[in-house]
Design a protein around this ligand. Structure first.
Ligand SMILES: [Zn+2]
Length: 704
């Protein structure tokens, strides 16, 4: 009999873990769940694809990069809209930050033949937006200004191993111009710039090879979603993997009167001249590169022989306006009815390289429709229990600037009040749902996905699994959410600097026009999300997740799942190389086991508490405060070695923006620095111990 009940409880827990039981909502008592389901049903009935499309048309009418008058106008537009929708405390915050816009950029091949790169994208009659005279030429954000004439070398992807191969072929890039392609494998363009700078190159041209995002992948714009011959991927090369935000105020906010460091001391400002190029412009350079033939995997999608170079010469000029300008963050809230000092923070960036139909205006349109639905609920008298804070960021494309400055300004409040941050950057470039989250929130996302209808008529959960299956990925519930969090969007300050739990949501698909002027309204309506069905679904999903967090009796985190993920990270680290010879993982593993066991006990106590009749609200509120402290315990105030701004010890990003788990320990083991590895392991063990004790204390209190 006992065995039966234990098994039954276990089965219930497992079913509940990922929301397979539709009446059960993680963190809600049966009674609260019934009213929550009604609130969500009302909420989900509001977003309309027609409204999202209207927002989207307006947002993508003109280019709106950070620091431009149009982007500032959009800030005022969003603030006004939020007021009309019923949001409270609507505020526009100003940060004076290092901005970046081009004055003049040019590039010319001068020998063996002359060719002047157009650095422009071709217009198409079918899409009038491509004729907008305010579209800018090619530039990279925070490129150095200067002018050079030098030999040119093809450096493949511009990663360190590429320069090793050049050296083996007797080619030194010192004093030369390097031409690199965007991704093969992918690395953030800022990392390519830093690598070129360290190698002594004087300029870097970064071009889009059709192999990666052009005709080799499929039909190109305006007949398909891939990048056409002249598309240019703009983007910043800021070294924000060192420290994001305004380079002149690393770690504090660029508010009026703030101290600013001299430009020479700013770690995140590149010293190299860089510019992006279409393959149309790059082809004459590649064809005339000269020198030895490049290896097979360096060959790209053009029907030419790619060579390593060394004999051709080029002239590159970049005159950049990298001056201090205002960035504007728009902020609003709906104050919580019961716990106004517990915040669910929602955000999206507003600035775009050009029209930004996917990146970020799909997210912005989604956000404006979600905020309309929240406003409508409030007008019907339904206020969330916890406070919703919504933000329109600026300068994300330059260096995650707006969100970082805002996070640094309100660090104290956010550390104690933010329950979670949900980021939507690009909301829809296709139908494939790809959320990323801290592991403790992954089960909640799976649960919510079951309660939403996807455009196919199936649930989002089923559509999500089918799309992962098509890409031959793991479709078990425990693997659906990506819990490896890199950088490259506005969640960074919340997770890595403030230690707040984060979620990032996106629907993706074939998308070859990223950061070009073809990422526009026409593209979205023809290829990305015709009918705006995934935008609308995202408005609902984002809102329902926020509502679950805002209204739960007990905050819906799963720390047992977190523990399980941490032990996976350690497993992988152990397997990757063979550090066991020099390094003992046992103390760390036993601390994880201890944290996991406390978390499982806590999950069971929470289930019992939610099922019991007598839930004393003060005890629950104390428990929620304890739950909110867990993530911050993963912070080390000194940061990870060499990068003091990045304080999270479970998550960071590599310089390439790729995810990096257990960053301090992993980097030390990769370097073979056993002493630092030991120190970093002790820091992890300490945090695990602290969190195990915290969960133990919380469980004891609610089990009384
Ligand atoms: Zn973006």
């Amino acid at each position: 009999m006992r065995f039966f009940w234990r098994t039954a409880l276990l089965v219930t827990l497992l079913l509940n873990a990922f929301g397979a039981n539709p009446q059960h909502l993680r963190g809600f008592s049966a009674e609260s769940a019934r009213s929550q389901i009604q609130i969500e049903a009302k909420f989900k009935s509001i977003p309309s694809s027609g409204e999202v499309k209207k927002h989207h048309r307006f947002l993508t009418l003109e280019p709106h990069p950070a620091g431009s008058e149009r982007n500032n106008e959009l800030a005022r537009y969003i603030a006004d809209l939020w007021k009309q929708q019923g949001w409270e405390d609507v505020t526009i915050r100003r940060y004076d930050v290092l901005n970046t816009l081009p004055r003049e950029v040019s590039c010319e091949l001068i020998s063996p033949v002359r060719y002047k790169a157009s650095l422009r994208e071709e217009p198409y009659d079918i899409d009038p937006d491509t004729k907008n005279p305010r579209v800018q030429s090619a530039y990279t954000g925070l490129s150095a200004s200067g002018e050079v004439t030098a030999p040119i070398v093809y450096a493949h992807s511009g990663n360190p191993e590429d320069y090793d191969l050049l050296r083996k072929n007797g080619i030194d890039v010192k004093g030369k111009i390097v031409m690199v392609r965007y991704s093969n494998p992918y690395s953030y363009r800022g990392f390519k710039a830093l690598t070129a700078e360290r190698e002594g190159a004087v300029a870097m041209i970064i071009y889009s090879d059709p192999q990666e995002d052009g005709f080799k992948r499929g039909k190109v714009f305006p007949d398909g979603p891939w990048g056409p011959e002249s598309h240019i991927q703009r983007g910043a090369i800021t070294y924000d993997f060192m420290v994001p935000g305004d380079p002149l105020t690393p770690g504090w906010a660029s508010v009026e009167g703030a101290k600013r460091i001299p430009i020479e001391q700013a770690k995140s400002i590149p010293k190299i001249i860089a510019l992006p190029m279409s393959w149309h412009d790059a082809k004459p350079f590649l064809e005339n590169m000269g020198g030895p033939e490049a290896p097979k995997d360096w060959q790209g999608g053009l029907a030419i022989k790619y060579r390593l170079g060394g004999t051709a010469r080029a002239h590159v000029k970049a005159d950049m306006d990298n001056s201090v300008r205002p960035n504007y963050v728009v902020e609003a809230r709906i104050r919580g009815s019961e716990f106004p000092d517990e915040w669910i923070v929602l955000g999206n960036h507003r600035d775009a390289w050009e029209f930004g139909a996917v990146d970020p205006s799909s997210g912005t349109a989604t956000m404006l429709e979600m905020s309309r639905a929240f406003g409508a609920l409030k007008k019907q008298g339904s206020r969330p229990k916890r406070t919703l804070v919504i933000c329109s960021w600026d300068g994300e494309e330059v260096g995650l600037t707006g969100s970082t400055e805002w996070g640094e300004q309100f660090a104290e409040d956010l550390t104690s009040k933010a329950v979670a941050y949900i980021n939507v950057d690009s909301s829809a470039s296709g139908p494939n749902f790809r959320p990323v989250a801290v592991a403790s929130l992954a089960p909640l996302i799976v649960e919510v996905s079951r309660s939403l209808d996807a455009p196919s008529g199936k649930s989002l959960y089923e559509e999500w699994k089918a799309s992962l299956a098509r890409q031959k990925k793991d479709t078990r519930d425990s693997s659906l959410v990506d819990t490896r969090i890199g950088s490259g969007s506005d969640h960074t300050v919340f997770l890595n600097f403030l230690g707040r739990p984060t979620i990032g949501l996106t629907f993706n698909g074939p998308y070859g026009v990223y950061h070009s002027m073809y990422d526009n309204f026409y593209w979205m309506n023809q290829f990305g999300d015709p009918g705006y069905r995934y935008h609308t679904l995202m408005s609902k999903l984002w809102g329902v997740l926020a509502l679950r967090l805002a209204n739960a009796d007990i905050l819906p985190f799963d720390f047992a799942f977190y523990a399980d993920n941490i032990s996976q990270f350690v497993d992988e680290l152990q397997k990757k190389s063979d550090p066991q010879k020099h390094f003992d993982f046992k103390p760390l593993i036993s601390r994880i086991a201890q944290f996991e066991s406390e978390a499982q006990t806590m999950n069971r106590a929470i289930e019992r508490k939610l099922q019991s009749e007598n839930s004393d609200s003060r005890a629950l509120s104390r428990l929620n405060q304890q739950i909110m402290r867990v993530e911050a315990n993963w912070l080390n105030s000194e940061g990870i070695p060499g990068r003091p701004w990045f304080k999270h010890i479970l998550y960071a990003a590599r310089y390439t923006y790729a995810h990096l788990e257990l960053p301090g320990l992993t980097e030390a083991l990769e370097k073979g620095d056993w002493q630092v590895a030991l120190q970093q392991s002790k820091i992890l063990e300490g945090a695990l111990e602290k969190n195990a004790a915290l969960l133990h204390e919380a469980t004891a209190e609610i089990s009384r």
